[in-house]
Design a protein around this ligand. Structure first.
Ligand SMILES: NC(=O)c1ccc[n+]([C@@H]2O[C@H](COP(=O)([O-])OP(=O)(O)OC[C@H]3O[C@@H](n4cnc5c(N)ncnc54)[C@H](OP(=O)(O)O)[C@@H]3O)[C@@H](O)[C@H]2O)c1
Length: 340
């Protein structure tokens, strides 16, 4: 394996033990190009990130680049990293929730990624609702539906089959809420081991975080830096900027590090995995290295715990199923699943 002088020893990167017994690296590389980073650039970043010590890659069929990432993973393994030392996640997109579509969609991801098993497979959203790529927040699908638990469980049964078939080692959810998770935990034969959810200092989701952890489910935080280059459709007036928060800047100054490193150190020390995306070698190296050294102090962790602004960036407008709704309806804010 070619290693740069600055490479991080993968054994120095913190890992979390999942309820399945598997260990997942607490820092992974995000691979969504946010509509402006090409699949080729992401694939190059996968190769470069593995060279500097990344072993965890967060993929999804909807990112449209799994075929290119498959080629990158082949290069990574040809460079001497064993398959069992990699952690590869993929996700089922919303247009493939029908029982007969789940396993074929998984198999397409496996084929594109050029692997014979995945470490983790997630249901990307609890809604079967989808929309054309790059569409505006006002776009709606005529077929959109509310959360229907029986339908979700039919999808989940197929996901469970993938475990029985030996094609995936772990299964999990994404973008869930407590009431939806309660029903899934009641009815699942194979429980989710992770929940991927938006987490950054300005959206801490403490209640959901505590709930999943108390059920032995690891939170994986997406947009851990506050997604500074997210697509236009995910930008709204009133969104706040984590990396400009005074508490983040103060900790960055104390440690002589970039505010991005503060967000990631905070996440890992708090106990959730982080999956920052970067196609820039200097950034992806520092995003990994920062969690291996010089921890934030208790006082800094306390200060950061107090800057939650409940600022959700990926609001999910396009998944709404009725005209008179707001995006908050997707997130069951009053503790009950929003009725049809
Ligand atoms: N499950 C879900 O529904 C879901 C939803 C959204 C995202 N995700 C996953 O989460 C991943 C991360 O989310 P995200 O990409 O939206 O947001 P993010 O990781 O918070 O932010 C990524 C952006 O930050 C910049 N950046 C990275 N490191 C930096 C550093 N050290 N200093 C300054 N800027 C830096 C990157 O630009 P450069 O390339 O220039 O470094 C990139 O544009 C995605 O790629 C995807 O895998 C999952």
């Amino acid at each position: 394996m070619n290693q740069t002088n600055d490479a991080v020893d993968p054994d120095a990167v913190p890992k979390a033990r999942l309820s399945s017994g598997d260990d997942i690296p607490m820092v992974g590389l995000g691979t969504f190009g946010s509509d402006h980073v090409s699949g080729e650039a992401i694939a190059e970043a996968v190769v470069g990130a593995a060279e500097v010590g990344y072993r965890h890659f967060d993929c999804a069929s909807v990112y449209g680049n799994e075929d290119l990432i498959g080629g990158a993973l082949q290069r990574v393994m040809a460079n001497g990293i064993a398959r069992e030392d990699l952690w590869v996640t993929s996700k089922l997109w919303n247009d493939k929730h029908a029982e007969e579509d789940v396993i074929p969609s998984f198999q397409q991801s496996l084929k594109d990624l050029q692997l014979d098993y995945l470490d983790l497979y997630l249901v990307h959203w609890p809604f079967p609702n989808f929309h054309p790529p790059h569409c505006d927040v006002s776009a709606r699908s005529m077929d959109s539906k509310p959360y229907i638990h029986d339908s979700y469980m039919r999808t989940w049964r197929q996901i469970e089959k993938l475990v029985e078939m030996g094609l995936v080692r772990n299964i999990g959810t994404s973008n869930m809420t407590i009431p939806k998770m309660e029903l899934l935990l009641r009815d699942a034969a194979v429980k989710p081991v992770t929940n991927e959810m938006e987490i950054h200092p300005h959206l801490q989701q403490q209640e959901l975080f505590d709930y999943v952890r108390s059920n032995d489910i690891l939170p994986i935080g997406y947009c851990p830096l506050g997604s500074p280059n997210r697509p236009e459709r995910d930008r709204m007036p009133g969104d706040t900027v984590d990396m400009e928060d005074p508490a983040v800047l103060a900790a960055a100054e104390n440690h002589g590090i970039h505010p991005a490193s503060v967000c990631l150190k905070w996440g890992v020390q708090r106990g959730h995995a982080v999956i920052p995306m970067s196609a820039n070698p200097r950034n992806y190296l520092s995003n990994l290295k920062c969690v291996t050294m010089d921890p934030l102090t208790d006082a800094e962790m306390t200060a950061l715990s107090q800057i939650d602004k409940h600022c959700r960036l990926v609001k999910g407008h396009v998944f709404l199923w009725k005209d008179d709704q707001t995006w908050e309806d997707l997130w069951d804010l009053n503790g009950e699943i929003t009725p049809a």
